[in-house]
Structures are given as C-alpha cells and as structure tokens.
Design a protein around this ligand. Sequence first.
Ligand code: FES
Ligand code: FES
Length: 159
Amino acid sequence: MQITVTVNGTEHVREVEPRLLLVHLLRDELGLTGTHWGCDTSNCGACVVWMDGTPVKSCTVLAAMASGRHVRTVEGLEGHAGLDQVQRSFIRCHGLQCGFCTPGMLMTARWLLDHNPDPSETEIREAIAGQTCRCTGYENIVRSIRHAARAEKSRDGAA
Ligand code: FES
Ligand code: FES
C-alpha cells in the first residue's frame, strides 16, 4: 500500500507492507536511526516520537496509521539555533550514559515542557514513567529536565 507521511517537515511517499511498524519505517526506510527499537513488548519507550504533536511509541503504531500525519523524531529537535534546550540540558546534567533511551526521553521531555513549562519532580517522573532507562537511575534525567525548564524560564524572562 502507498502511504504519505511527513517527518520532520519533509513529505515522504512510500510503498509499504500493511504490517510495517512506524519505528521500522523511520529507521529502515527513511534512515532516521535516532529513534531506537528496544523491545518487543511496548514497554521500553526508546521508540517515542511525536505523531501530530503527541508522543507515541512508534513500535505500537503501523506505518499506515501515520499516513497523512506529521511525525517528529529526535532528528527534528535541533533547530536553526542549534540543539534544543532539552538536548543541551541532558548534556549539561549528564542525563544519559549509554544513550539508548535518550531519544525517547528527549521527545517526552520536549513535549512535557511545551505543555507544562515548570513541572514538579513528580510530574517529570510521571511523564517518563512509560520509558525505561537501565543506566542512570533516572536522577540525572529528572535533573536534566528540570534544568531545561529553568533555562527556558530564564531565557523567556530575559526576552
Ligand atoms: S521499542 Fe517501542 S516500547 Fe520498546
Ligand atoms: S542511558 Fe542507557 S538506557 Fe538510559
């Protein structure tokens, strides 16, 4: 079947198997390997992308379901001004070790701060509850998201 999906602002037309998962369309057809595929059980969250502005686990979405939709992946976080603040804060606060969970964490973090610019630690932990990190113990991920929130608040206050 033919699908048309817009990823990070670029429209792609592809012939795909009806059973193809969005995560495999992104990685194997479009070469966007920033989105990770970590499990077969819909549990790890390494595959989180946005579809029409909402985070989804791309291993739970058929590529066909993304037809006509706008998908944003971790490759789409960086803007003209450089890395997104959440990316900078993860670097600054050591919010990653092996980095496998990081693309999904970043996409969820960006969505959270877009909808709640000053989240509490509890709200951050709730937002990332569907995602697994086997390295950091989550402390530095939470710290990174709080750092990004503070940085954006002071930047917006200065503007
Ligand atoms: S690869 Fe999607 S939840 Fe693990
Ligand atoms: S940094 Fe290794 S799984 Fe999170």
